[in-house]
Design a protein around this ligand. Sequence first.
Ligand code: SAM
Length: 241
Amino acid sequence: MRMRKKPNLSLRMEKCSQFLITSPADHRGRWHDLKPDAQELRLELGCGKGRFTAETAEQNPQSLYIAIERVPDAMIVAMERCRDKGLNNVFFIDGDAALLRQYFAPGEVDLLYINFCDPWPSNHHARRRLTHENFLLLYRGILKDGGQIHFKTDNRDLFEYSLFQFPKAGYTLSEVTRDLHKDGVQGVMTDYEEKFHSMGTPINRCVGTKEHLDPEPEFRPIAGPDRTRRDVSYPPAPQEP
Ligand SMILES: C[S@@+](CC[C@H](N)C(=O)[O-])C[C@H]1O[C@@H](n2cnc3c(N)ncnc32)[C@H](O)[C@@H]1O
């Protein structure tokens, strides 16, 4: 996502500091301490400006909701939306999905959302797609058995590619549709989804359910320079509950 740099980013972050998890690895294995009565932990990758994040967390107050985004200029908009709604069940990580196993313990996540991830159309960059087999194997390490990945995209090529990746990584596919909203809007829309839907672009969606596999397939850690980040100086670490 290319974004204009937001003015006063550090100041705005400070005003939303109760939502920001500055040391996610410190919460590994004890995320539920943030909301002990939570019935489940939902995780969203690449939340962008967070329309989906804020509305889904609001509709599911019994869930603990964590959103990861590596572009702070987008994430601050999502955090402000959650603050304006007065939510207390959602937290944000300014981080990279490739590092999820450092942030979450095995089986800690019930449901993972991947909405309109970057398609990386060149085959040369296929391993960067968040639905590449190796990323799906990475998610196996934090999802519980029977946990689900809910995936939406406007990009038909990425969708067809992903339908092959899910089974390879040990997920059972269901709810496969290539035109989610053909009979009227279904579920909460993301910012990108709203834009593409209003232009008449069909939205693709599927659910992948993690199967128990023994032995667990091998996962090779995902590495690579992150060229999309800009450095932000954050205020002192907030008091996390
Ligand atoms: C095309 S935007 C979609 C944003 C939002 N999900 C929506 O549907 O409106 C993709 C977002 O994912 C973020 N992103 C891409 N790769 C990521 C990664 N490895 N870790 C965290 N965020 C990532 C980008 O910075 C961008 O904000």
